[in-house]
Design a protein around this ligand. Structure first.
Ligand code: URP
Ligand code: ZN
Ligand code: ZN
Ligand code: ZN
Length: 513
């Protein structure tokens, strides 16, 4: 194992170095309420060598086993964040690489109750295999399990062939297409259609960043012409209708190809309603809101202090008051299925590249450490969703969609021992002074809320306890994700409306001849 990260930095302990430590490999979690997406009950959970060995009331064990009393607390699958950007070069040069890498980002995640994430691999010079290689290298410092999505930024035979290799050999089962970021990573409809067809044939899930990039470009020009150069120009230049247009377009094109679609970071009522409409017609569309979109509004972007306003710049933008509540309602009713973060942190020096021009502010906000607490506080503590639904939207549904359930996303015998213990009677507080991200700012600064992840267990090891992190550098494993998730089941038979609406007149025409 590489030794360059052995020093305990950031004020938390790094145990061992890619190897095992001496702490007990057998743990009994006793007397808590064990919550799965399908069921909850008071039971004990017995962990042996990183795997959940048993789940039932009154398990008896010997003295050598570490016992954790969890009476009155919730014992739940660790969170899985479907959407992160660790150590990503974005919107320009090296100097705009996201500030959290696979070590600091994951350490932050563990302190907040997330035990796995799926990161977006960026191709290197358009090459998927070089991109994959680079991310394998970046992820060597991992202290929790992770998976990869792959971003598609161009199209040719090599890309098509490499997509197949990624799915069949490398454990990637999802590809992301950007309909925004014109001139950087944006693709056109022709490429999207090729990508959708390829995804369909491979059983891979197509994901889209849904904003109309050409229109955003026009909107930005308008703002600059009006002399609006500050962070508020970011929101004004790319309103909800541009998100709705791209969402609707991607949904219709996926319907036309008849393949499942995953919309990342749904930020507006307008986009959410396009998803709702398609789902009502039976189309297999998944919508992922992110925690910033659920709990924040755009007021921060108008802060007169550039450093404060700039930290809220992400795409699609955080919307006006009202959108977040509607997105929460959509999550509670199942219109949107899981919650991510889009954790993509830049510190204030990096954000300051755009001090004279909002178009140059690197896009992205934090959230990997805060998601589990904020969703609990705003949705469970407030009575909007049940604890079982909390597990579903923060963990289980992600595991199902990316086809790794019940290894992940469940507390069942045989599942990985990635577990959190949450005390509903305690509280949490968010500040850049105490968070574990390397960023010097936090978009949730000052938030105090109900519920607290008191213990995080990852791979059968206690890594977060008494507000202390003891992460195991290099212990995180790459999780291969197989293709053909449940969204593909019977999709050919369950023909979508677009295809059948075409077929009806064709048949009639044939009958006439
Ligand atoms: O602003 C954002 N969302 N940055 C991360 C890249 C992306 O679009 O997901
Ligand atoms: Zn070492
Ligand atoms: Zn995006
Ligand atoms: Zn993203």
């Amino acid at each position: 194992a590489s030794h360059e990260f052995c020093d305990a930095r950031m004020g938390y302990n790094v145990v061992g170095c890619g190897g095992s430590d001496s702490s007990s490999r057998r743990i009994l979690i006793k007397g808590g309420t064990v919550v799965n997406a399908h069921h909850q009950e008071v039971a004990d959970v017995y962990i042996d060598d990183g795997i959940i060995a048993d789940v039932k009331p009154n398990i008896k064990v010997g003295d050598e086993v570490t016992v954790i009393d969890t009476t009155g607390k919730f014992v739940m699958p660790g969170g899985i964040d479907p959407h992160t950007h660790l150590e990503m070069e974005f919107m320009g040069t090296d100097s705009t690489e996201t500030i959290d890498d696979f070590f600091s980002g994951q350490a932050a995640a563990l302190a907040g109750g997330t035990t796995m994430h799926i990161d977006f691999v960026m191709p290197v010079n358009g090459s998927l295999s070089l991109g994959f290689k680079a991310y394998v290298e970046k992820a060597k410092k991992s202290c929790m399990d992770y998976g990869f999505h792959m971003t598609i930024t161009k199209w040719d035979d090599t890309v098509a062939r490499e997509m197949e290799i990624m799915v069949k050999e490398k454990g990637i089962n999802s590809f992301k297409f950007f309909l925004a970021y014109k001139g950087i990573v944006m693709i056109n409809d022709e490429l999207l259609l090729e990508g959708l067809k390829k995804c369909k044939s491979l059983g891979a899930l197509a994901m889209v960043h849904a904003e109309n990039g050409d229109a955003v470009f026009e909107g930005q020009k308008r703002m600059i012409e009006l002399g609006i150069t500050g962070p508020e120009g970011h929101a004004l230049s790319r309103p909800p209708l541009l998100e709705a247009e791209a969402t609707a377009r991607a949904i219709r094109l996926a319907g036309f190809i008849n393949t499942p679609l995953y919309i990342v970071h749904v930020m507006s009522i307008d986009a959410m309603e396009e998803i709702a409409k398609a789902r009502k017609l039976g189309q297999r569309v998944v919508g992922e809101p992110v925690v910033s979109g659920l709990v924040l509004n755009d007021s921060g972007l108008w802060d007169p202090d550039f450093n404060i306003a700039a930290k809220f710049v992400m795409s699609p933008p955080i919307r006006a008051p009202g959108h977040g509540r509607a997105l929460q309602a959509a999550v509670s009713m199942g219109v949107l299925q899981l919650v991510g973060t889009d954790h993509c942190t830049f510190n204030s020096t990096q954000k300051a590249f755009g001090i004279d021009d909002f178009r140059k502010i690197p896009n992205g906000v934090n959230g990997i450490e805060e998601r589990m607490h904020l969703v609990w506080d705003t949705m469970v503590a407030s009575g909007k969703i049940s604890v079982t639904d909390y597990v579903r939207i923060t963990s289980t549904e992600c595991a199902r969609i990316f086809n790794i359930y019940p290894k992940k996303g469940a507390i069942l015998p045989g599942s990985d021992a990635d577990i959190i213990i949450l005390n509903p009677n305690s509280s949490f507080q968010i500040s850049s002074n105490s968070h574990h991200s390397r960023s010097d700012t936090n978009v949730y600064e000052g938030w105090i809320g109900k519920g607290k992840v008191e213990i995080t267990i990852v791979g059968g090891r206690i890594v977060w306890e008494n507000n202390e992190l003891k992460v195991n550098l290099g212990s995180g494993k790459y999780i291969k994700m197989p293709p053909f998730n449940y969204l593909f089941d019977g999709i050919e038979k369950a023909d979508v409306s677009y295809i059948s609406s075409l077929r009806a007149p064709v048949n009639r025409f044939k009958a006439m001849q």
